[in-house]
Design a protein around this ligand. Structure first.
Ligand code: SF4
Ligand code: SF4
Length: 302
């Protein structure tokens, strides 16, 4: 029968829960071993970047440059990153027949497979619910293995909880941004740049937070800066808080009392300079007009 759909989705339509059964086993002896890593499409979340850059002994900036490609997560250009592959689609972290070269630090998407996380939120509800969908691709033989376990057991085996706990607040803010849609409008370019830096480039974000400019803008205690200097996870948590403030105006980071006045004063200086330029521009235009009128008079009379 003719299929009216242009393609068949590998994602099964049923939303599964933690106690739903899963028939699946992936192991080094399986005939398709590494097939999935040779067609990798791996979107990274902030904690994935943190684990991978540590594993590879790189700064976050170096890791992003060498091993990721950018993409847009929504129509407003919310920046996302994916693991880089070679020209044939093979993940650069695949260490030949031995399998994944960063296995114990592999990203969340690789741990979840063949599950996909669905973060659902009822309209007008503040609480997002987590469900799972099953991904069945022809090349993956793991579904034909005779092993059944619950989704909760599979997640425990893959250590998904730790990654989810570290990324959850970020998923929530991405979901909030996406579901807000046109109501909040496209974030300014600067907010999108902050989103990229705070989400993925932790080492640059740390320098930003430790800068004099930042310290002079926000009222945060000295212990905060000491912790941020040494603790990647604390920095990550703070980055989510900072992004909620930047994207949604949730003011949980107190600004210095005079930071606002300072900004207003700076703005006033800019406005005054602009006003002055506008006055001069108009005066020059008037002069030009009179000169032209004068020339016309001369021309016509002649
Ligand atoms: S990170 Fe590892 S498991 Fe994930 S696609 Fe790359 S090689 Fe495969
Ligand atoms: S069973 Fe599936 S997940 Fe495991 S190696 Fe094969 S294709 Fe990849």
């Amino acid at each position: 029968m003719h299929n009216p759909l242009p393609f068949q989705s590998a994602v099964m339509p049923e939303a599964l829960q933690l106690n739903s059964p899963l028939q699946f086993h992936c192991h080094p002896g399986i005939s398709c071993f590494n097939a999935c890593c040779k067609r990798a499409d791996i979107t990274l979340a902030p904690y994935d970047v943190l684990r991978l850059k540590r594993r590879l002994g790189l700064t976050s900036t170096e890791f992003i440059r060498q091993f990721t490609v950018p993409f847009q997560m929504d129509g407003d250009g919310l920046p996302g990153i994916k693991l880089k592959t070679d020209d044939n689609g093979t993940c650069l972290q695949l260490a030949g027949d031995a399998g994944c070269g960063v296995y114990s630090d592999r990203p969340t998407v690789c741990r979840y497979y063949p599950l996909a996380l669905l973060t659902l939120r009822e309209k007008d509800s503040a609480i997002a619910e987590e469900r799972y969908s099953l991904v069945k691709e022809d090349h993956c033989q793991g579904h034909n293995e005779q092993r059944e376990l619950s989704i909760a057991e599979y997640r425990a085996e893959q250590h998904c909880d730790e990654f989810d706990a570290k990324n959850r607040d970020w998923y929530q803010l991405v979901l909030k941004k996406k579901s807000a849609g046109p109501a909040v409008g496209r974030p300014p370019q600067l907010s999108l740049q902050f989103f990229f830096m705070a989400s993925y480039d932790g080492d640059t974000f740390r320098r930003f937070v430790l800068s004099d400019n930042f310290r002079n803008t926000y009222t945060l205690p000295a212990e905060f800066y000491t912790e941020i200097e040494q603790d990647d996870e604390a920095l990550l948590e703070f980055s989510y808080r900072f992004l909620r403030q930047v994207l949604f105006g949730e003011r949980t980071i107190q600004e210095m009392a005079d930071a606002w006045e300072q900004r207003v004063t700076e703005r006033q200086e800019v406005w005054e300079a602009r006003r002055q330029i506008e006055i001069e521009r108009r005066a020059a235009a008037e002069d030009e007009k009179y000169r032209a009128d004068g020339n016309d008079d001369c021309g016509c009379a002649g």
